[in-house]
Design a protein around this ligand. Structure first.
Ligand SMILES: *Cc1c(COP(=O)(O)O)cnc(C)c1O
Length: 365
Protein backbone atom coordinates (compact mmCIF):
# COMPACT_ATOMS: atom_id res chain seq x y z
CA UNK A 1 0.00 0.00 0.00
CA UNK A 2 1.29 3.40 -0.93
CA UNK A 3 1.55 6.07 1.73
CA UNK A 4 1.09 8.72 -0.92
CA UNK A 5 -2.36 10.16 -0.39
CA UNK A 6 -4.24 12.77 -2.43
CA UNK A 7 -5.65 16.03 -1.10
CA UNK A 8 -9.05 15.92 0.66
CA UNK A 9 -12.02 15.64 -1.68
CA UNK A 10 -10.20 14.26 -4.68
CA UNK A 11 -11.18 10.62 -4.10
CA UNK A 12 -14.84 11.74 -3.77
CA UNK A 13 -14.86 12.89 -7.40
CA UNK A 14 -17.03 10.87 -9.77
CA UNK A 15 -15.55 11.10 -13.25
CA UNK A 16 -17.40 13.26 -15.77
CA UNK A 17 -19.46 11.29 -18.27
CA UNK A 18 -19.20 12.71 -21.79
CA UNK A 19 -21.98 12.29 -24.36
CA UNK A 20 -21.59 8.96 -26.19
CA UNK A 21 -20.19 9.13 -29.71
CA UNK A 22 -20.24 5.47 -30.85
CA UNK A 23 -22.74 2.65 -31.03
CA UNK A 24 -21.37 -0.87 -31.41
CA UNK A 25 -22.24 -2.26 -34.81
CA UNK A 26 -23.07 1.16 -36.30
CA UNK A 27 -20.49 2.53 -38.72
CA UNK A 28 -22.26 5.82 -39.30
CA UNK A 29 -24.00 7.56 -36.42
CA UNK A 30 -25.89 10.79 -35.93
CA UNK A 31 -24.52 12.25 -32.72
CA UNK A 32 -27.01 14.41 -30.87
CA UNK A 33 -25.63 13.77 -27.40
CA UNK A 34 -23.16 16.57 -26.71
CA UNK A 35 -24.84 19.81 -27.85
CA UNK A 36 -22.34 20.24 -30.65
CA UNK A 37 -22.99 22.49 -33.65
CA UNK A 38 -24.20 20.14 -36.42
CA UNK A 39 -22.65 22.41 -39.06
CA UNK A 40 -19.18 22.37 -37.51
CA UNK A 41 -16.89 25.37 -37.23
CA UNK A 42 -16.95 28.36 -39.57
CA UNK A 43 -14.90 27.79 -42.75
CA UNK A 44 -12.92 30.86 -41.69
CA UNK A 45 -12.07 29.17 -38.38
CA UNK A 46 -10.89 26.08 -40.24
CA UNK A 47 -8.71 28.26 -42.48
CA UNK A 48 -7.26 29.99 -39.41
CA UNK A 49 -6.42 26.63 -37.82
CA UNK A 50 -4.65 25.53 -40.99
CA UNK A 51 -2.80 28.84 -41.24
CA UNK A 52 -1.58 28.46 -37.65
CA UNK A 53 -0.07 25.00 -38.18
CA UNK A 54 3.35 26.04 -39.57
CA UNK A 55 4.02 28.17 -36.46
CA UNK A 56 3.38 25.44 -33.91
CA UNK A 57 7.03 25.57 -32.81
CA UNK A 58 6.42 29.09 -31.43
CA UNK A 59 5.11 29.65 -27.93
CA UNK A 60 1.78 31.47 -27.86
CA UNK A 61 1.08 34.85 -26.30
CA UNK A 62 0.61 34.73 -22.56
CA UNK A 63 -1.94 37.52 -22.32
CA UNK A 64 -4.36 36.52 -25.12
CA UNK A 65 -4.59 40.22 -25.97
CA UNK A 66 -5.85 39.74 -29.52
CA UNK A 67 -8.60 37.29 -28.64
CA UNK A 68 -9.66 39.38 -25.63
CA UNK A 69 -9.77 42.49 -27.80
CA UNK A 70 -11.93 40.68 -30.35
CA UNK A 71 -14.29 39.44 -27.63
CA UNK A 72 -14.42 42.97 -26.23
CA UNK A 73 -15.33 44.42 -29.63
CA UNK A 74 -17.98 41.84 -30.46
CA UNK A 75 -19.63 41.88 -27.02
CA UNK A 76 -18.92 45.52 -26.15
CA UNK A 77 -16.94 44.60 -23.03
CA UNK A 78 -13.69 45.82 -21.47
CA UNK A 79 -10.96 43.38 -22.66
CA UNK A 80 -9.06 43.96 -19.41
CA UNK A 81 -11.88 42.28 -17.55
CA UNK A 82 -11.83 39.14 -19.72
CA UNK A 83 -9.91 35.91 -19.08
CA UNK A 84 -9.57 33.04 -21.56
CA UNK A 85 -9.30 29.38 -20.68
CA UNK A 86 -9.14 25.86 -22.05
CA UNK A 87 -12.89 25.71 -22.49
CA UNK A 88 -15.07 27.53 -20.01
CA UNK A 89 -14.43 24.48 -17.84
CA UNK A 90 -10.95 25.81 -17.15
CA UNK A 91 -12.27 29.25 -16.27
CA UNK A 92 -14.71 27.60 -13.87
CA UNK A 93 -11.76 25.70 -12.41
CA UNK A 94 -9.76 28.93 -11.90
CA UNK A 95 -12.77 30.31 -10.03
CA UNK A 96 -13.27 27.37 -7.66
CA UNK A 97 -9.53 26.98 -7.11
CA UNK A 98 -9.11 30.67 -6.30
CA UNK A 99 -12.13 31.22 -4.10
CA UNK A 100 -12.97 27.94 -2.37
CA UNK A 101 -11.20 25.37 -0.23
CA UNK A 102 -11.69 22.88 2.59
CA UNK A 103 -14.59 23.85 4.83
CA UNK A 104 -16.23 26.04 2.19
CA UNK A 105 -19.57 25.28 0.55
CA UNK A 106 -20.33 25.61 -3.15
CA UNK A 107 -24.00 25.77 -4.11
CA UNK A 108 -25.31 24.37 -7.39
CA UNK A 109 -28.78 23.36 -8.46
CA UNK A 110 -30.50 19.99 -8.80
CA UNK A 111 -30.18 19.66 -12.57
CA UNK A 112 -27.01 21.75 -12.79
CA UNK A 113 -23.91 20.94 -14.83
CA UNK A 114 -22.08 17.90 -13.41
CA UNK A 115 -18.74 19.74 -13.60
CA UNK A 116 -19.73 21.97 -10.65
CA UNK A 117 -19.49 19.34 -7.88
CA UNK A 118 -16.36 17.95 -9.55
CA UNK A 119 -14.69 21.37 -9.48
CA UNK A 120 -15.76 22.02 -5.89
CA UNK A 121 -14.26 18.70 -4.74
CA UNK A 122 -11.05 19.35 -6.69
CA UNK A 123 -10.64 22.44 -4.56
CA UNK A 124 -11.43 20.50 -1.37
CA UNK A 125 -14.73 22.35 -0.92
CA UNK A 126 -18.14 20.81 -0.27
CA UNK A 127 -20.72 20.86 -3.07
CA UNK A 128 -24.26 21.62 -1.89
CA UNK A 129 -27.09 20.70 -4.25
CA UNK A 130 -30.38 22.61 -3.97
CA UNK A 131 -33.73 21.56 -5.50
CA UNK A 132 -35.19 23.11 -8.63
CA UNK A 133 -38.94 23.54 -9.21
CA UNK A 134 -40.35 21.80 -12.31
CA UNK A 135 -36.94 21.86 -14.01
CA UNK A 136 -36.46 25.55 -13.28
CA UNK A 137 -33.91 27.09 -10.95
CA UNK A 138 -35.56 28.35 -7.75
CA UNK A 139 -33.86 31.47 -6.40
CA UNK A 140 -35.42 31.07 -2.95
CA UNK A 141 -34.08 27.53 -2.64
CA UNK A 142 -30.60 28.86 -3.41
CA UNK A 143 -30.92 31.65 -0.85
CA UNK A 144 -32.24 29.21 1.78
CA UNK A 145 -29.15 27.05 1.30
CA UNK A 146 -26.70 29.87 2.01
CA UNK A 147 -24.73 29.37 5.24
CA UNK A 148 -21.72 31.02 6.84
CA UNK A 149 -19.59 28.54 4.87
CA UNK A 150 -21.00 29.41 1.43
CA UNK A 151 -18.43 31.01 -0.84
CA UNK A 152 -19.75 30.42 -4.33
CA UNK A 153 -22.99 29.80 -6.25
CA UNK A 154 -23.10 28.23 -9.72
CA UNK A 155 -26.01 29.10 -12.00
CA UNK A 156 -26.33 27.82 -15.58
CA UNK A 157 -28.57 30.18 -17.51
CA UNK A 158 -30.11 28.91 -19.70
CA UNK A 159 -29.82 25.53 -18.02
CA UNK A 160 -28.35 22.26 -19.20
CA UNK A 161 -29.99 19.70 -19.48
CA UNK A 162 -33.28 21.52 -18.79
CA UNK A 163 -33.08 24.16 -21.54
CA UNK A 164 -35.10 26.49 -19.29
CA UNK A 165 -34.09 29.91 -18.15
CA UNK A 166 -34.37 32.33 -15.26
CA UNK A 167 -35.45 35.78 -16.42
CA UNK A 168 -33.26 38.83 -15.84
CA UNK A 169 -35.31 39.99 -12.87
CA UNK A 170 -34.92 36.69 -11.03
CA UNK A 171 -31.17 36.52 -11.63
CA UNK A 172 -30.90 40.14 -10.49
CA UNK A 173 -32.88 39.27 -7.36
CA UNK A 174 -30.43 36.45 -6.64
CA UNK A 175 -27.40 38.68 -7.19
CA UNK A 176 -28.91 41.37 -4.99
CA UNK A 177 -29.81 39.02 -2.16
CA UNK A 178 -26.50 37.15 -1.98
CA UNK A 179 -24.05 38.56 0.56
CA UNK A 180 -21.29 40.55 -1.16
CA UNK A 181 -18.59 38.04 -0.16
CA UNK A 182 -20.29 35.18 -2.07
CA UNK A 183 -19.38 34.88 -5.73
CA UNK A 184 -22.21 34.19 -8.19
CA UNK A 185 -20.96 32.38 -11.29
CA UNK A 186 -23.33 32.75 -14.24
CA UNK A 187 -22.51 30.08 -16.81
CA UNK A 188 -23.73 31.37 -20.18
CA UNK A 189 -22.65 28.42 -22.34
CA UNK A 190 -25.95 28.60 -24.26
CA UNK A 191 -26.49 32.38 -24.21
CA UNK A 192 -26.46 32.72 -28.01
CA UNK A 193 -29.49 30.44 -28.37
CA UNK A 194 -31.85 32.41 -26.13
CA UNK A 195 -35.08 33.56 -27.76
CA UNK A 196 -35.93 37.26 -27.90
CA UNK A 197 -35.99 40.43 -29.93
CA UNK A 198 -32.66 41.64 -28.60
CA UNK A 199 -29.63 39.36 -28.10
CA UNK A 200 -29.26 38.01 -24.56
CA UNK A 201 -26.08 39.38 -22.92
CA UNK A 202 -25.41 36.17 -21.00
CA UNK A 203 -25.31 38.09 -17.73
CA UNK A 204 -22.72 40.73 -18.68
CA UNK A 205 -24.98 43.55 -17.46
CA UNK A 206 -25.33 41.81 -14.13
CA UNK A 207 -21.55 41.56 -13.84
CA UNK A 208 -21.33 45.32 -14.34
CA UNK A 209 -23.98 45.94 -11.68
CA UNK A 210 -22.59 43.51 -9.08
CA UNK A 211 -18.86 43.09 -8.36
CA UNK A 212 -19.51 39.58 -6.98
CA UNK A 213 -20.90 38.19 -10.26
CA UNK A 214 -18.75 36.57 -12.94
CA UNK A 215 -19.96 35.30 -16.32
CA UNK A 216 -18.47 32.41 -18.31
CA UNK A 217 -18.91 31.79 -22.04
CA UNK A 218 -17.66 29.22 -24.50
CA UNK A 219 -16.65 28.60 -28.11
CA UNK A 220 -17.81 24.97 -27.75
CA UNK A 221 -21.48 25.37 -28.56
CA UNK A 222 -22.74 27.85 -31.17
CA UNK A 223 -19.22 28.37 -32.58
CA UNK A 224 -18.83 24.65 -33.18
CA UNK A 225 -15.40 24.44 -31.54
CA UNK A 226 -15.90 21.94 -28.71
CA UNK A 227 -12.83 20.05 -29.85
CA UNK A 228 -10.63 23.15 -29.79
CA UNK A 229 -11.23 23.93 -26.07
CA UNK A 230 -11.61 27.69 -25.71
CA UNK A 231 -13.85 29.59 -23.31
CA UNK A 232 -13.74 32.88 -21.47
CA UNK A 233 -14.94 34.73 -18.41
CA UNK A 234 -15.94 38.33 -17.72
CA UNK A 235 -15.82 39.80 -14.24
CA UNK A 236 -14.63 42.55 -11.97
CA UNK A 237 -11.03 43.60 -12.64
CA UNK A 238 -9.93 42.40 -9.17
CA UNK A 239 -11.40 38.96 -9.77
CA UNK A 240 -9.85 38.60 -13.23
CA UNK A 241 -6.51 39.60 -11.69
CA UNK A 242 -6.85 36.80 -9.12
CA UNK A 243 -7.79 34.21 -11.76
CA UNK A 244 -4.81 35.17 -13.93
CA UNK A 245 -2.49 34.20 -11.09
CA UNK A 246 -3.62 30.58 -11.16
CA UNK A 247 -3.79 30.43 -14.96
CA UNK A 248 -0.83 28.81 -16.70
CA UNK A 249 0.85 31.41 -18.91
CA UNK A 250 0.58 29.26 -22.04
CA UNK A 251 -2.81 27.68 -21.39
CA UNK A 252 -4.07 28.39 -24.92
CA UNK A 253 -2.11 27.50 -28.06
CA UNK A 254 -1.55 29.81 -31.03
CA UNK A 255 -3.82 27.54 -32.99
CA UNK A 256 -6.60 27.83 -30.39
CA UNK A 257 -6.31 31.60 -30.09
CA UNK A 258 -6.28 32.28 -33.84
CA UNK A 259 -9.05 29.81 -34.61
CA UNK A 260 -11.35 31.12 -31.89
CA UNK A 261 -10.81 34.70 -33.03
CA UNK A 262 -11.62 33.83 -36.66
CA UNK A 263 -14.78 32.03 -35.52
CA UNK A 264 -15.82 34.96 -33.37
CA UNK A 265 -15.37 37.47 -36.19
CA UNK A 266 -17.44 35.44 -38.68
CA UNK A 267 -20.77 36.96 -37.67
CA UNK A 268 -22.55 35.77 -40.84
CA UNK A 269 -21.79 32.15 -40.04
CA UNK A 270 -22.88 32.68 -36.45
CA UNK A 271 -26.22 34.07 -37.52
CA UNK A 272 -26.69 31.21 -39.99
CA UNK A 273 -26.14 28.72 -37.14
CA UNK A 274 -28.48 30.59 -34.80
CA UNK A 275 -31.23 30.78 -37.43
CA UNK A 276 -30.97 27.08 -38.31
CA UNK A 277 -31.00 26.12 -34.64
CA UNK A 278 -34.11 28.20 -33.95
CA UNK A 279 -35.91 26.74 -36.95
CA UNK A 280 -35.15 23.08 -36.26
CA UNK A 281 -35.61 23.46 -32.51
CA UNK A 282 -39.20 24.55 -33.04
CA UNK A 283 -39.78 21.85 -35.64
CA UNK A 284 -38.36 19.17 -33.34
CA UNK A 285 -40.44 20.29 -30.34
CA UNK A 286 -43.63 20.33 -32.43
CA UNK A 287 -42.95 16.86 -33.87
CA UNK A 288 -42.22 15.47 -30.40
CA UNK A 289 -45.42 16.95 -29.06
CA UNK A 290 -47.37 15.37 -31.92
CA UNK A 291 -45.86 12.03 -30.87
CA UNK A 292 -46.94 12.57 -27.28
CA UNK A 293 -43.49 13.49 -25.98
CA UNK A 294 -43.49 16.56 -23.74
CA UNK A 295 -40.74 19.17 -23.45
CA UNK A 296 -40.26 22.61 -21.91
CA UNK A 297 -39.71 25.50 -24.30
CA UNK A 298 -35.98 25.38 -24.99
CA UNK A 299 -33.69 28.42 -24.88
CA UNK A 300 -30.71 26.33 -26.00
CA UNK A 301 -29.53 24.05 -28.81
CA UNK A 302 -31.13 20.95 -27.34
CA UNK A 303 -34.52 19.73 -26.23
CA UNK A 304 -35.15 17.77 -23.06
CA UNK A 305 -37.72 15.18 -24.14
CA UNK A 306 -39.79 13.76 -21.28
CA UNK A 307 -41.19 10.24 -21.32
CA UNK A 308 -43.63 8.52 -18.97
CA UNK A 309 -40.84 7.06 -16.85
CA UNK A 310 -37.21 5.91 -16.92
CA UNK A 311 -38.18 2.60 -18.48
CA UNK A 312 -39.82 4.28 -21.47
CA UNK A 313 -36.93 6.74 -21.89
CA UNK A 314 -34.41 3.89 -21.91
CA UNK A 315 -36.49 1.80 -24.30
CA UNK A 316 -36.74 4.74 -26.69
CA UNK A 317 -33.00 5.37 -26.36
CA UNK A 318 -32.34 1.72 -27.30
CA UNK A 319 -34.46 2.05 -30.44
CA UNK A 320 -32.66 5.27 -31.39
CA UNK A 321 -29.28 3.61 -30.87
CA UNK A 322 -30.29 0.67 -33.05
CA UNK A 323 -30.89 3.24 -35.79
CA UNK A 324 -27.51 4.94 -35.18
CA UNK A 325 -28.98 7.99 -33.44
CA UNK A 326 -27.22 8.93 -30.20
CA UNK A 327 -28.94 11.16 -27.66
CA UNK A 328 -28.14 11.76 -23.99
CA UNK A 329 -29.67 9.97 -21.03
CA UNK A 330 -29.92 12.39 -18.13
CA UNK A 331 -30.74 10.19 -15.14
CA UNK A 332 -27.40 11.38 -13.72
CA UNK A 333 -28.82 14.92 -13.81
CA UNK A 334 -31.86 13.90 -11.77
CA UNK A 335 -34.18 13.49 -14.77
CA UNK A 336 -34.51 9.70 -15.19
CA UNK A 337 -37.47 9.95 -17.62
CA UNK A 338 -35.65 12.41 -19.90
CA UNK A 339 -33.57 12.21 -23.04
CA UNK A 340 -31.61 15.30 -24.01
CA UNK A 341 -31.60 15.70 -27.77
CA UNK A 342 -29.24 18.16 -29.43
CA UNK A 343 -30.91 20.10 -32.24
CA UNK A 344 -29.21 18.71 -35.34
CA UNK A 345 -29.36 19.76 -38.95
CA UNK A 346 -32.43 18.75 -40.96
CA UNK A 347 -31.17 15.21 -41.49
CA UNK A 348 -30.39 14.75 -37.79
CA UNK A 349 -33.73 16.14 -36.65
CA UNK A 350 -35.66 14.00 -39.11
CA UNK A 351 -33.70 10.91 -38.06
CA UNK A 352 -34.42 11.37 -34.37
CA UNK A 353 -38.11 12.03 -34.98
CA UNK A 354 -38.37 8.97 -37.25
CA UNK A 355 -36.70 6.90 -34.52
CA UNK A 356 -39.04 8.11 -31.78
CA UNK A 357 -42.02 7.53 -34.06
CA UNK A 358 -40.83 3.97 -34.74
CA UNK A 359 -40.42 3.44 -31.01
CA UNK A 360 -43.93 4.70 -30.26
CA UNK A 361 -45.43 2.55 -33.03
CA UNK A 362 -43.45 -0.48 -31.84
CA UNK A 363 -44.63 0.07 -28.29
CA UNK A 364 -48.25 0.16 -29.46
CA UNK A 365 -47.95 -2.91 -31.69
C1 LIG B 1 -21.07 22.78 -22.71
C2 LIG B 1 -21.12 23.50 -21.43
C3 LIG B 1 -20.06 24.30 -21.03
C4 LIG B 1 -18.88 24.52 -21.94
O1 LIG B 1 -17.80 23.80 -21.58
P1 LIG B 1 -16.43 24.05 -22.35
O2 LIG B 1 -15.43 23.68 -21.34
O3 LIG B 1 -16.39 25.51 -22.69
O4 LIG B 1 -16.44 23.19 -23.55
C5 LIG B 1 -20.13 24.97 -19.83
N1 LIG B 1 -21.23 24.86 -19.06
C6 LIG B 1 -22.28 24.11 -19.42
C7 LIG B 1 -23.49 24.05 -18.57
C8 LIG B 1 -22.25 23.39 -20.62
O5 LIG B 1 -23.29 22.64 -20.97
Amino acid sequence: MTQITPQPGIMDITLYQAGKSHVTGQARVIKLSANENPFGPSPKAIAAAQAAAPDLHRYPSTDHAELRTAIGEVHDLDPDRIICGVGSDEVLQFITQSYTGPGDEVIYTEHGFSMYPILARQAGATPVCVPERDRRVDVDQILNAVTDQTRLVFLTNPGNPTGTMLDDAEVARLAQALPAHILLVVDGAYAEFVRGETPFDGGAGLVDAHPNVIMTRTFSKVYGLGGLRVGWGYGAREIIDVLNRVRQPFNLSNLSLNTAEAALRDRDYLSFCMTENAKWRDWLAAELEALGVASDESQTNFILARFADQEEAEACDAVLQSRGVIVRKVAGYGIPNGLRITVGDEEGCRAVVAGIQAFKEGARA
